[in-house]
Structure formats: C-alpha cells, structure tokens
Design a protein. Structure first.
Length: 80
C-alpha cells in the first residue's frame, strides 16, 4: 500500500499536511501508528470533517522511507 505514495505527488509533515487537508488537496492521509497521538488527533479530525480517507497502520520509519526522506514521518498526504 505504501507504493501508492512513493511515486505520486505528496506532502510530508504535520504543517504541510494540515494545509493540504484544509485546502481540499488531500486524496488520502497516512498517519504513523507510532507517532505522538496528541500531534495527530487534530489531523485525523480534519480528515473526518473533510471526508479524506486515513490509513494508520505504518510506522514513522516506513512512511519516511516511502516518501524518500532520511528521517521518519509522522504524517504523509497523497495529493489529488
């Protein structure tokens, strides 16, 4: 499933992800299962309000690797 984010337009990180969701640019959101829940709760709520599907079964390391960055990622957004 992570292959779908690897080759497509995406944003990584909480701030950029929050902006993409609010602007209606998000097709799907990937939340790391091992990230700080306080950090992700508001993003998950935003996704719910905007009808954006959420996937939460990957770790920060897996998301970082899929996004081709050298650190873990708490959130990644697949753009429309």
């Amino acid at each position: 499933m992570l292959e779908e984010i690897a080759g497509k337009s995406r944003v990584v990180g909480v701030k950029q992800s929050r902006k993409a969701i609010a602007q209606g640019q998000a097709a799907k959101v990937f939340l790391a299962c091992d990230a700080d829940p306080e950090l992700l709760d508001s993003l998950e709520k935003s996704c719910e309000e905007n009808g954006v599907p959420v996937e939460g079964s990957y770790t920060m390391a897996q998301l970082g690797t899929a996004c081709r960055i050298s650190v873990g990622a708490a959130v990644a957004v697949l753009l429309k």
